[in-house]
Design a protein around this ligand. Structure first.
Ligand SMILES: [Ca+2]
Ligand SMILES: [Ca+2]
Ligand SMILES: [Ca+2]
Length: 615
């Protein structure tokens, strides 16, 4: 009996400790995320009956009556009759192509994503728009009718609404979208969507009214009007400010006081209602999206962002908000109270600079990563999205294939990651847009290994795991390559000449590699939470190594970027084991062993290979 009391006390203590240790952090999922980006029009056509019709195109006046949805499996640079009728330039018509991807297609492939190991999905814009990319939105409160099962019915329903949220209905597309979110949640995946809050599209209801009614429109304060129409003249003098001068994307009005800006009150009210609608549909947070990626975040004023982030986290403390910013991302991101940014500056650009182009030496690459990581508090740094590519850059396979030393960059500080004049055959006929060879894929596998092991979260652009390639937008937006579809080979080149054939086929080997790499990441907590430290950089051998550590856990990651085998050596840190450590993961599928030699640790690594050890 005398032992009872202490045992009870011990139980009470351990329960207290457990409660403390396991105090749920609603935002923990954000650093454990393995992201997958879906461009909905190009991911999967799950419902051919809803495919876009010519009348749905924002540019329908440019589309001949022979316009039709393009075959999913067709040769990318070959052109349909309606395109050829418009002239001989591929790039003049590709923007009006539709392939019919939709929400049902995403639902159909959730199990594919779960099997790959993905636990977080970022969707490019899903809201109604006349473009294939949907960054020129007609309604932020409706999913595109052509992504859902009943486009005609949806359009009729939308026509009965005003800007008053009390009049908003749930369309068939909206409902299917929410069903998709629910199914993703059931399968352990979070979903964030694109918030394009800087501008709308020409078909946006408020802009259409403004265009029609001019200064008498009740939406006259929503946009930046440069000149009103003079009713006394036959021409329409009405002009407005568009994003980057693009009039198809009218910018929302801002109000500025003492050097600080906000969005115009009516716009802010609208976007507040939109945010609530998708985060807590009918008041139910569990059915809502898990966060937002904020398009061109630096172009929207900071008071709006601060108050919007407060709102988002009041609605759902677990929500994630991430900016799209290409350089100097930490100022706007932290100033606006966001969680993180798409890590173009601190990951995609330097990875291209070192691994693909060898324009950086290992020591310069390390200094770049340190310099771009250090402005972030650790909490935010662990949530950065470490991407290799996106809908706005060439695909990693093509960047690797085109990579070469001694490049003349247009923007040296970005390694021309997404500079159109450089990384597209549209402006640079020498760009290597063709199917990447095995050497390029070796480099991609090294880069993906870095994604899985560096500070921040890995981020895969759809099809990166399937062997897709392509130059800058639009060539990075080809229809997804699926294992169950047979594709025409790429015969045609971007200049309309026969250049191929390049076989287009789901790459099972690469897919297996990504699955294994993601599994390593998800089963090794020190990779998403551990402290970071360089072990060595060797500019002569073109190798480097770093350590992630926390508690008793350690991960050592070693890269050989040279074209010959190299021995990588670094000083043993405290408590280093004496026993040989075989690699737990090698990017080229080979093997490697970490050996302790006195005060040093060494490993021999094959060319163009990365290895991960968990000693
Ligand atoms: Ca469809
Ligand atoms: Ca006039
Ligand atoms: Ca703006």
């Amino acid at each position: 009996m005398k032992f009872v009391f202490p045992i009870l006390a011990l139980v009470a203590l351990s329960q207290g400790l457990l409660a403390f240790a396991s105090k749920p952090d609603p935002k923990q999922w954000q650093r454990e995320a393995v992201w997958y980006q879906i461009f909905p029009e190009r991911f999967r056509n799950g419902d051919p009956s809803n495919d876009p019709v010519r009348d749905s195109l924002g540019g329908k006046e440019w589309a001949p009556s022979s316009w039709r949805v393009r075959a999913w499996t067709s040769d990318w640079y070959a052109r349909d009759a309606w395109e050829q009728a418009r002239g001989d330039n591929f790039y003049w018509t590709v923007g009006e192509r539709r392939y019919g991807g939709d929400i049902q297609g995403i639902i159909d492939k959730l199990d594919y994503l779960r099997d790959l190991g993905v636990n977080a999905i970022y969707l490019n814009p899903v809201f109604w728009s006349g473009s294939h990319h949907k960054y020129d939105t007609y309604s932020f409160h409706h999913v595109d009718p052509y992504f859902g099962p009943d486009p005609k019915g949806d359009l009729a329903l939308i026509a009965t609404e005003t800007e008053d949220p009390a009049t908003w209905k749930w369309t068939a597309a909206d409902k299917l979208f929410l069903e998709m979110v629910a199914k993703a949640h059931e399968k352990g995946m979070r979903v964030i969507i694109d918030g394009v809050f800087n501008h709308a599209g020409l078909g946006f209801f408020a802009f259409e009214d403004l265009r029609k009614n001019g200064q008498n429109s009740r939406f006259k304060d929503w946009f930046i009007v440069q000149k009103w129409d003079d009713p006394g003249t036959p021409d329409n003098e009405f002009t407005w400010q568009g994003w980057h001068g693009i009039t198809q994307m009218p910018e929302f009005a801002e109000v500025w006081t003492d050097g600080r800006g906000d969005l115009a009150p009516a716009v802010k009210n609208y976007l507040t209602a939109v945010t609530r609608r998708w985060m807590q549909p009918d008041g139910n947070v569990a059915r809502g999206v898990d966060g937002w990626r904020l398009d061109v975040a630096w172009m929207v004023p900071d008071i709006f962002w601060q108050e919007w982030n407060k709102l988002v986290h009041e609605i759902n403390p677990a929500a994630f908000t991430i900016t799209e910013i290409w350089v100097d991302a930490h100022k706007t991101t932290l100033g606006g109270h966001f969680d993180a940014t798409m890590n173009y500056e601190g990951f995609a650009m330097p990875v291209k600079g070192w691994l693909f182009d060898t324009a950086l030496k290992p020591s310069e690459f390390a200094a770049w990563l340190d310099g771009t990581r250090s402005p972030w508090p650790e909490w935010n740094a662990l949530r950065l999205q470490n991407l290799l590519d996106s809908h706005d850059t060439p695909r990693a396979g093509s960047a690797a294939a085109d990579g070469r030393p001694g490049k003349n960059y247009i923007k040296r500080h970005e390694f021309d990651l997404a500079v159109g004049g450089s990384v597209s055959p549209q402006n640079n006929p020498g760009y290597r847009w063709q199917k990447p060879d095995e050497r390029a894929w070796k480099l991609v596998r090294m880069a993906a290994t870095l994604q899985m092991t560096y500070v921040g979260t890995p981020f895969i652009y759809y099809g990166g795991e399937a062997g897709m390639w392509g130059a800058n937008d639009p060539d990075c937006r080809k229809p997804m390559i699926w294992d169950d579809l047979a594709y025409d080979p790429e015969f045609m080149g971007p200049d309309g000449k026969r250049m191929g054939p390049h076989e287009v086929k789901f790459d099972r080997n690469l897919h297996s590699f990504f699955k294994a790499a993601i599994s390593l990441r998800r089963n090794t907590p020190v990779l998403n939470a551990g402290a970071f430290q360089w072990l060595t950089t060797d500019d002569n051998a073109n190798t480097l190594a770093f350590l992630r550590s926390g508690g008793n856990a350690r991960a050592v990651v070693v890269f050989n970027r040279s074209e010959i085998p190299q021995t990588v050596r670094f000083a043993a840190t405290e408590g280093w084991p004496d026993a040989d450590q075989p690699a737990d993961f090698v990017s080229d599928g080979g093997s490697a062993v970490l050996r302790r030699m006195g005060g040093e640790v060494i490993t021999d690594l094959a060319p163009l290979t990365a290895a991960v050890f968990l000693p």
